[in-house]
Design a protein around this ligand. Structure first.
Ligand code: K2U
Ligand code: ZN
Length: 180
């Protein structure tokens, strides 16, 4: 991962099954501008530190529709902050990607999603933009936008696989607490 450091306060990442992760985030309004201007650098700092290639505001306890992504931090960092992102197009073609989640640490599973997506969002200056994504960026954007709707990647697994994965997470969290 990149050693991209951003001088902004780190935020604690909520861990499943924190109920906040299952809430719907609300749209950012102009009145949120100041809070969002402070939140985005902290989200990037927290994401790079984890390390992760994406982060959604609900993961750091803020029910705002803001996500940050940087899927290739090692090569040329391409930090992207998306405000009020919405998927306005998705290919019928699907792709399988191994996904992880900073709120479900150390657990990974393959997830099938549309291979390409078109996302409309507002950038940090408030300008309306659209991007077309494929590959890991497409998976990451869909994963992060899911977080804004209280959806986690484990929801795409069979009940059996989801329960096995969440039981392993609960045990790992218990062992972690025991070590403290
Ligand atoms: O939202 C998050 O919790 C960060 C996710 C982003 C991600 C989305 C889709 C596919 C993979 C990752 C990851 O935890 S960031 C850590 C990571 C990086 C590369 C591959 C797998 C996991
Ligand atoms: Zn996640």
């Amino acid at each position: 991962m990149s050693d991209l450091q951003i001088a902004a306060p780190l935020l604690p990442i909520l861990i499943c099954p924190d109920p906040l992760l299952r809430r719907m985030a609300r749209a950012v309004t102009p009145g949120d501008a100041e809070e969002v201007r402070a939140l985005i650098p902290s989200m990037f700092a927290t994401m790079y530190k984890a390390p992760g290639i994406g982060l959604a505001a609900p993961q750091v306890g803020r029910l705002l529709r803001v996500i940050t992504v940087d899927v290739a931090p090692d090569k040329e960092p391409a930090p992207l902050a998306l405000i009020n992102p919405e998927i306005i197009g998705a290919s019928a073609e699907t792709a399988v990607q191994e996904e992880g989640c900073l709120s479900i640490p150390e657990q990974y599973a393959e997830v099938t999603r549309p291979a390409q997506v078109r996302v409309r969002y507002q950038d940090e200056e408030g300008a309306r933009r659209e991007i077309e994504a494929e590959g890991l960026l497409a998976a990451c954007l869909q994963h992060e936008i899911d977080h804004l709707n209280g959806v986690l990647f484990v929801d795409y697994l069979s009940a059996l696989k989801r329960n096995i994965l969440l039981r392993k997470l609960a045990k790992a969290q218990k062992d972690l607490q025991a070590k403290r």
